[in-house]
Design a binder for this molecule. Structure first.
Ligand code: CA
Length: 100
């Protein structure tokens, strides 16, 4: 029996014809692509050869492997002297947006 991946992802995954185990050939990056959809075809050795196709979806799980990053380069706010108050920017609190 021959089992193979039918898509452009043949360079990213391999499949064991005996066990059906799909293994990545490269390191997958969730931030670049978090899902791969492709077809797998099985072909037997009979005469005539019979085939079957299955859909496969591989979901990449995210790891905390990126540095936290501030969205803006500069944050500016104002506080009235002699007061304990939130630092504001035009009347609303300054919120530092951070991507992780
Ligand atoms: Ca990540």
């Amino acid at each position: 029996m021959d089992v193979h991946i039918c898509s452009d992802f043949i360079f990213r995954f391999t499949i064991d014809s005996t066990t059906g185990v799909i293994t990545p050939l490269v390191q997958l990056d969730y931030e670049t692509q978090n899902r791969y959809d492709f077809l797998v075809r099985a072909i037997d050795t009979g005469n005539p050869r019979l085939t079957s196709v299955a859909s496969v979806q591989v979901n990449v799980l995210d790891l905390d492997d990126s540095l936290p990053r501030f969205v803006d380069a500069i944050y500016e706010g104002y506080i009235t002297e002699n007061q304990i108050a939130p630092v504001t920017r035009t009347g609303s609190a300054v919120v530092l947006a951070v991507q992780v």
